[in-house]
Design a protein around this ligand. Structure first.
Ligand SMILES: [Zn+2]
Length: 382
C-alpha cells in the first residue's frame, strides 16, 4: 500500500503512522499525543509519566496521518466533528508482542487531536521484587495475599503505579497460590493476564462496579480485584465481601495510609467492619530512575533516555498493617494526624524511602522533590 502511494509521488502516510507508533513503543511510551498546531502536527510521547516532544509532522501531511490513525482505530474517517474512541491490537513488527492501543480523536479549532494510549505489555509487568519496595515491604505484601480473606488497599494519586502493584500481587497469587479463583473488575482492563478472569466495568452504565460485584459474589470467587473504590456503595460491598471470606484487592486515591483509613470511614464503613477486614495499606509514588547510559547527565544524544537523564521508574512506598494499636485508634475514630503517629512505628515513610533511593544512587534529589514535594500539603489535610 505504501509503495502505491510512493509511485504516485505521495508520501507514505500509513508507513509514517506505523513508524511513529513503532518508535513510540520502542521509547517506552504509554501515550502518544498528536496535537494540531499552526505549523504542523506536534507528536509528543509520555515516557515514565513525563510528556516529551518527539517530532513535528508537516502540516500538509497532518490530515492524512490523522485519517490513517483513525482507520487503525476503526473510527469514522468522514466524521471530524465529534469525539471518537476505538481500539486496535497492534504489533510493532513481525515477531513483536502485540499491544492493545486505544485511539481517541477529538475535534479542536486547528483540526483533530488524536491520543493513542498504550495498554500494558506482558514484558512491562513486574514481579513484586522488581517494584522497588524493600525486602520487608515485599514480605508484608506476600503475607497479606497469603491470607484467605481480607482487604488490601494500594493508595496514592493518579500515575503512582497503583495498578502495577495490584497486578504484581495478582500474579503472585496466580503463580504461588494456585487453586484460588481470581476475578478482576477493572475500568479499563489495562493488562491481559493469563489464567485470570478479567472483566471490564463501565462505572456509568449497566456494568457498574456495584452491580458487577453483587453478581460476581455468586460466581464463587476467592480473590477479587476491584480497580478502584470511589463511592460508599462499592466500599460497603467490598467490606461485606471481605467479611464473608473473600480476599479483596483494590486502590483508592489518597495521600497516605492514615488518609486511606479516614476515607473508608467517611464512605460509611463502620469502624468495627474496617478493623475486621482491612489487613494492609500500601501508599506509593513513582520516581524516575537515573538513566543507566548517561547516569543522569541529560545528554540530548542519549538514545536510552531521550536526553531526560532518567529511564524507568521505581516505587517509593509506605506499607502498613492494621495491628492492635492501629485498630484501637480506628475504633475510636481517631483523626488522620493521630493515625499517622501510630503508623509511624511500623516503618519508614515516603520521605525516608525517597532519601534512601537518592543515597543508593537509584534516583536524584530533584526527582524525589518533584514527586514528594507536595507531601506536606497532602498530609496536612484530614
Ligand atoms: Zn541517558
Amino acid at each position: 500500500m505504501g509503495r502505491r502511494g510512493a509511485e504516485r509521488g505521495q508520501p507514505d502516510v500509513s508507513g509514517l503512522a506505523e513508524g511513529l507508533l513503532r518508535r513510540g513503543l520502542a521509547a517506552g511510551a504509554t501515550d502518544l499525543h498528536f496535537e494540531p498546531t499552526d505549523t504542523g502536527l506536534l507528536v509528543r510521547v509520555r515516557v515514565d509519566g513525563q510528556l516529551l516532544d518527539f517530532e513535528t509532522v508537516p502540516a500538509e501531511l497532518a490530515p492524512n496521518l490523522v485519517a490513517r490513525l483513525k482507520v487503525l482505530g476503526a473510527l469514522l474517517t468522514y466524521r471530524m466533528d465529534i469525539p471518537q474512541e476505538g481500539s486496535v491490537r497492534f504489533a510493532a513488527g513481525p515477531g513483536a508482542e502485540a499491544v492493545d492501543l486505544r485511539i481517541a480523536a477529538f475535534p479542536t479549532i486547528r483540526g483533530e487531536r488524536v491520543v493513542v494510549r498504550v495498554f500494558g505489555r506482558e514484558q512491562d509487568l513486574k514481579g513484586l521484587e522488581a517494584l522497588g519496595l524493600t525486602a520487608a515491604q515485599v514480605r508484608m505484601l506476600r503475607q497479606a495475599v497469603a491470607q484467605p480473606a481480607g482487604l488490601i488497599v494500594v493508595t496514592g494519586p493518579a500515575g503512582a503505579g497503583k495498578t502495577t502493584t495490584l497486578y504484581a500481587l495478582i500474579r503472585e497469587l496466580r503463580d504461588h497460590h494456585p487453586g484460588r479463583c481470581v476475578i478482576t473488575l477493572e475500568d479499563p482492563v489495562e493488562q491481559r493476564l493469563d489464567g485470570v478472569t478479567q472483566i471490564q466495568v463501565n462505572p456509568y452504565g449497566e456494568l457498574s462496579y456495584g452491580r458487577c460485584l453483587r453478581s460476581l459474589l455468586r460466581q464463587d470467587p476467592q480473590v477479587l480485584l476491584l480497580g478502584e473504590v470511589r463511592d460508599g456503595e462499592t466500599a460497603a460491598l467490598a467490606v461485606e465481601a471481605a467479611l464473608t471470606g473473600h480476599l479483596i484487592l483494590t486502590t483508592l486515591h489518597s495521600g497516605g495510609p492514615a488518609e486511606t483509613i479516614v476515607r473508608w470511614l467517611e464512605m460509611g464503613v463502620a469502624p468495627y467492619q474496617l478493623v475486621s477486614t482491612l489487613t494492609l495499606v500500601c501508599a506509593q509514588r513513582l520516581v524516575r530512575r537515573l538513566c543507566s547510559e548517561c547516569r543522569g547527565r541529560k545528554q540530548s544524544s542519549c538514545g536510552r533516555c531521550l536526553g531526560t537523564g532518567y529511564h524507568g521508574r521505581v516505587a517509593v512506598a509506605q506499607v502498613v498493617r492494621l495491628d492492635e494499636s492501629v485498630r484501637e485508634e480506628v475504633l475510636r475514630r481517631a483523626p488522620a494526624a493521630r493515625l499517622r503517629e501510630v503508623l509511624k512505628v511500623q516503618g519508614p515513610g515516603l520521605a525516608q524511602q525517597g532519601a534512601r533511593l537518592v543515597s543508593e544512587g537509584v534516583t536524584d534529589a530533584p526527582e524525589v522533590a518533584r514527586v514528594l514535594g507536595t507531601e506536606p500539603a497532602i498530609e496536612s489535610t484530614g
